[in-house]
Design a protein around this ligand. Sequence first.
Ligand code: S3P
Length: 440
Amino acid sequence: MTIPASLTARRSPSLSGLVRAPGDKSMSHRALILGAMATGVTEIEGLLEGDDVLATARAVEAFGATVERLGAGRWRVTGRGGFRTPDGVIACGNAGTGVRLLMGAAAGYAITVTFDGDASLRKRPMKRVTGPLADMGARFDWRSVEDRLPVELSGGGLRAIDYQQTVASAQIKSAILLAGLNAEGVTTVTEPEKSRDHSERMLRAFGVEIGVLPTGEGWKVSLKGGQSLTGTAVAVLGDPSSAAFPLAAGLIVPGSGVTVEGVMLNALRTGLFETWREMGADLTITNRRMAGGEEVGDITARHSFLKGVVVPEARAASMIDEYPVLAATAAFAEGATVMQGIGEMRVKESDRIALMAAGLKACGVSVEEEPEGFTVTGGEVRGGAIVTTHGDHRIAMSHLVLGLAADEAVTVDEPGMIATSFPGFVQLMRGLGADIAAGE
Ligand code: S3P
């Protein structure tokens, strides 16, 4: 399929239908990496076949695992119980999670490897992960600029650390824990708020003993080095971060009723749904069940009259990737939606505060930008803009959703990047009745 230079969303009649969210990106990266670190066979179901995850699949293959695609979303990883030095550079594409978790895993082995990424990933800070890994004994040689990819890592001979995180970040926590598996002693990470815990849950499924305790300073996660992983079966559930886009469209397009089935409902990922409910959204969750060690359910969003809210800062970690789509729905709410304590958004695939503020303003929405947050005041949304996404998939999808209920069409550039997390987004949205087409 050829990728168009731009995509345009137009005001659409009511959306309806039942769709399935793509596999969770966080779980998919972890399933491949843990499968490669393990001994034996890991069978994965529901793997997200997005560009970010495919880059991780190629990486673990280069580290010595055997990776086979058995069918749609069905993958088999045969691990060697360790990583070997790969032949070439490990190219992680757009994936911050991929590169940071792989660096953590690789640091534990006596290998030398160079990590690189695309133009966006080359702009993102890496010292937040390489700093603690260096404290454990890994060596890093910046090939171009300090703190930025590409970087050469020499691993092995690690000692455990006790690390206190200043921001709740699952990527940092996971990288340190993966390195800790091959470090001498007990590695501990303490975070101020709990970040997503897929690494902890999945490590247990691979046979690792891991402790999680609340303390005065936050949440303490610890594991003893020298534990080995055994291949297992992993069921990847629907990604709540991706489900958010069709659900958002259901909330803002008049007359709509959209159901996304099989959405993972891990409480550390559902901050957006809680916030939407506080805004008055008609969201219902049915068929709640347990699958793959996680709660999962089907979510229906019906068109709703939303009102602005102040999003509690303590909720940020549970919805950090969802502020762009929240902002798009806030543009249709009555009053101001205040989003604070989210400076981390500036170092995601793009500076998401700046790009959402610019895109929404270009669509006639009132936005106040601050260093660590932004406020969107909703009402009538004019649209009629061409939005620069800087290759950020979530900036693109958020504006396309906005365009479905705006007065005039909204166009986004670099739509090919949507496939990093949500391949099939356009077809899925069209199936619900959304008017999204190539070109301006
Ligand atoms: C992720 C953690 C979050 C999130 C990212 C996925 C993960 O990043 O933004 O999309 O899978 O661990 P931080 O840990 O940097 O907040």
